[in-house]
Ligand binder design. Structure first.
Ligand SMILES: [Zn+2]
Length: 565
């Protein structure tokens, strides 16, 4: 018998797991037996996934204790990776049966692609890739600086960039970037190891280059590298000029000659940063009020999380940086991790991660685990839409965090950041296309430096990098995606565009737009990506027209909100 909960499962030895796989392999598949067989395999898979999730959560909650990291790594080695090998045999069995269970067309398409890509020889390489990823984390995690007599992380230091004192901002920025430049050698070495490993992955799979491998690995059926290139061009045409208008307004308001890198996060009227809440309980209570305004069912989901220990939101010593939502696959529940310190960004992070959490709740009724494997291109629609759907309810009279003036300010910041995001996404995506189109050249980090600097110049020409050549050129080393999750970047740009469309729908019909949003979330990944977008009320299109409509809505909203601040 399989245990009902992953906590129990974590005590299992591989031999017990393996015997379940053996059992699944020996069963007969027919129209009559397929549903039960899939359900059993799904449950086993969910336990294995949730085991990984729980160990991941544990290690990010307490990075000081090396046992958590050790436990996580040995789980990968002893359970997770061997299980993937077993899954492969079950996938082949399922595919060979020719059976197509209901609601399983998309998972079968994905399984077919995965089976075609799978090679035994790549399993240790994929594990090695994860370990290189941990090395990247370790290098960046050790980057601390001494600031005002205290040793702090670069993340903490860069909070100074939001402050009103320009000299202080510049000192903080330069200190942090100088510290980061110390690790250039180590990161260059790591980079080449990543690239060589990825070429080998592709070669083993019979593919000439890594991008083709990664495209298949990421199950990108509905768009091509050429579509990404056209998206970059549309961004250059439509968004870059709008982002420049935002920057020009900031430069004028700040009374500075040009926008230096340390000015980008500063408040343009020189105000102190917003402080929307003090205690984490306040973050939670006000968040709850806002979600109830968006939709009572979503509010109820959120309210159920704290009593179930599914929220760990406060910043504590020893916690890993950042924020995430981790689905607990067997329990069909989400877990939100954050490092809240009281900023406006924390509020945005909560809204975002709650969007992911709502996705887990809405899709929980789907019977089979593979139906829950929602692609990033749509997963981020759930989260980014929630940031915008929640935005009308941020004020205290709705139970939210802000006065009218503060809410207008927070929303302007958010909307302007969306405008900046597309160009910086285009930099990150175009950089990676260059890397894997030119794998030999990209092994020389000097070439990466030059390409990155050129792309920053193309998509964000409004930032003044004079005399900051070294910092500009090394900027790609700070982007963890390039190291840990290649090509996982454009998804955010696509999802952001859908989120603005869904927000636009909500401005016309709040209840209807949220209804469509929720029903699309409930579909998991049972229909193709463009249809998921359509179900949620958005076009799966990344041309200058679609983008132009989104940019126009953002700019006109910012203009209206500016009159309130
Ligand atoms: Zn997200």
């Amino acid at each position: 018998m399989l245990p009902g909960s992953a906590l129990e499962f974590l005590d299992w030895e591989w031999s017990r797991v393996e015997s379940h796989y053996r059992g699944l392999r020996s069963r007969n598949l027919s129209v009559a037996t397929i549903a039960a067989w899939l359900a059993d395999w799904s449950h086993l898979k969910e336990l294995i996934e949730e085991g990984q999730s729980r160990l991941y959560v544990a290690k990010t909650l307490d990075t000081a204790d090396p046992q958590h990291e050790q436990r996580y790594l040995s789980y990968l080695e002893e359970i997770y990776t061997p299980a993937e090998e077993q899954d492969q045999r079950l996938k082949q069995k399922l595919l060979a049966s020719g059976l197509e269970p209901e609601g399983f067309a998309i998972p079968l398409r994905n399984l077919r692609a995965q089976a075609e890509l799978y090679r035994d020889a790549n399993l240790p390489l994929l594990e090695q890739e994860k370990k290189l990823g941990s090395e990247y984390d370790r290098i960046l995690g050790a980057q601390t600086v001494e600031w005002e007599g205290e040793e702090i992380t670069i993340d903490r230091l860069f909070l100074e960039l939001e402050g009103p004192d320009r000299g202080q901002r510049e000192r903080a920025w330069r200190l942090g970037r100088t510290r980061q430049l110390h690790d250039r050698g180590a990161l260059n070495d790591l980079w080449v190891r990543f690239l060589d490993l990825r070429s080998e992955l592709a070669r083993n799979a019979g593919l000439a280059e890594y991008r083709s491998y990664r495209w298949r690995q990421l199950l990108r059926f509905d768009y091509t590298p050429d579509d990404c290139r056209r998206f970059h061009e549309a961004i250059e045409t439509v968004v870059v000029p709008a982002a420049r208008r935002v920057i020009d307004r900031r430069v004028r308001a700040l009374g500075i000659p040009s926008m230096r890198p340390w000015d980008a996060s500063a408040d343009k009227y020189g105000r102190e940063p917003l402080r929307p809440f003090v205690a984490v309980q306040e973050l939670i209570n006000k968040g709850s009020a806002i979600f109830h305004h968006v939709d009572p069912v979503l509010g109820g989901y959120f309210d159920s999380m704290l009593p179930e220990n599914l929220l760990d939101l406060d910043n504590r010593k020893g916690k890993a940086p950042g924020g995430y939502n981790e689905p607990l696959a067997a329990a069909r529940l989400p877990f939100i991790f954050m490092n809240a310190v009281g900023t406006a960004e924390d509020v945005e992070t909560l809204l975002h991660e709650a969007g992911h959490a709502f996705h887990v709740f809405e899709s929980a009724a789907l019977p089979y685990y593979p139906q829950l494997q929602v692609p990033m291109e749509f997963a981020e629609v759930a989260s980014m839409s929630m940031e915008l759907l929640a935005s009308p309810f941020l004020t205290a009279d709705q139970g939210g965090y802000y006065s009218d003036v503060e809410a207008a300010r927070a929303r302007i910041d958010h909307l302007e950041r969306i405008l900046w995001f597309w160009p910086s996404m285009a930099v990150g995506d175009a950089f990676q296309h260059w890397v894997y189109e030119n794998p030999a050249a990209a092994r020389d980090p000097d070439n990466c430096d030059q390409t990155y600097a050129d792309l920053v110049g193309r998509f964000t020409p409004f930032i003044d990098w004079s005399d900051l050549g070294a910092e500009l050129r090394a900027g790609w080393q700070r982007v963890l995606h390039f190291f840990q999750v290649p090509f996982y970047y454009v998804e955010y740009g696509m999802a952001q565009l859908a989120a603005v469309q869904i927000w636009k729908n909500a401005l016309e019909d709040q209840a209807g737009a949220v209804r469509r949003y929720r029903s699309a979330l409930a579909l998991g990944y049972t229909i193709p990506l463009p249809e998921l977008y359509a179900a949620a009320g958005a076009r799966f299109a990344f041309d200058a027209t679609t983008l132009g409509e989104a940019v126009a809505l953002i700019e006109s909203t910012v203009e209206r909100l500016e009159q309130r601040v």
